[in-house]
Design a protein around this ligand. Structure first.
Ligand code: 6PG
Length: 247
């Protein structure tokens, strides 16, 4: 059951990132006012980097960073120094500009993958509130690959959507790179699930997810439906270019 899903389309990746940065502050302020803190899970890849740059440039003093607990949706099994590291890139672009350390909970990509999936699962279980027998994030930021993967749940590993574990070890289908990922049930257990998707290479999958639903079950991103809150799709015009319905 998807309580609520909405779609917003922006002219360019920059306009999208600026709009979402503003929304991110609003949503964080609401959770901080209500609970005193906010639990956020970040994705990696290229799309969020523009958002992190805008947050680092314009929001250092206007967001209460010390009250945001940062986690990751997924991480590549590499050292933090690697430019492949989702944590490493977020640290380089954003966290290095803000003086916060103890509310950043990275997935330790350099650890043994199976052991790290267990360790991170235990961390989430002890740090986050639990509903539906799974940890609950307030905000989860997702991207989507041009194969319809999200987090590190790839089309050839759809079982990770239904896993009863909190984190699992995934394998990138072409590079063979191991990754630690949240499972679909944890992602869907979140209150605000926000996709940030840009670029023409995503347009075909977006069209199938929104307008050819019987074609879209093979895409992991199509299975992201919040059981507790809402899914908001932020697209740029290129990613939304094949949609018939105009938003
Ligand atoms: C990762 C991400 C992954 C990403 C998509 C989209 O670790 O790579 O979590 O799910 O969001 O691959 O990546 P782009 O933003 O680079 O298109």
């Amino acid at each position: 059951m998807n309580r609520k899903a909405s779609l917003k389309i922006f002219e360019t990746p920059l306009i999208l990132a600026e709009a979402f940065a503003k929304e991110f502050k609003i949503i964080c302020d609401e959770f901080i006012l209500k609970n005193g803190f906010v639990n956020v899970a970040l994705s990696g890849g290229n799309t969020p980097k523009l958002l992190f740059e805008i947050l680092a440039k314009n929001y250092i003093s206007s967001i209460d960073w010390k009250r945001i607990n940062f986690y990751w949706v997924d991480e590549r099994c590499v050292n933090a120094e690697s430019n492949e590291s989702n944590y490493g890139e977020t640290e380089r672009i954003l966290f290095s500009k803000i003086n916060i350390q103890n509310n950043i909970h990275r997935i330790t990509g350099e650890n043994n993958p199976e052991e790290e999936a267990l360790r991170y699962s235990g961390l989430l279980k002890s740090n986050l509130p639990e509903i539906n027998n799974f940890p609950k994030f307030d905000i989860v930021l997702l991207g989507m690959g041009d194969d319809g993967h999200t987090a590190s749940i790839f089309p050839d590993q759809l079982n990770l959507l239904e896993s009863d574990k909190i984190c699992e070890v995934a394998v990138h289908p072409s590079s063979g790179q191991k990754r630690i990922t949240l499972t679909g049930k944890v992602i869907n257990n979140s209150e605000k699930i926000i996709f940030l998707i840009t670029g023409k290479s995503k347009a075909e999958v977006i069209k199938d997810i929104f307008e050819n639903k019987n074609e879209s079950d093979r895409f992991p991103a199509a299975h992201i439906k919040s059981t507790e809150g809402e899914v908001i799709w932020y697209l740029d015009e290129e990613a939304g270019s094949l949609l018939n319905q105009k938003f």
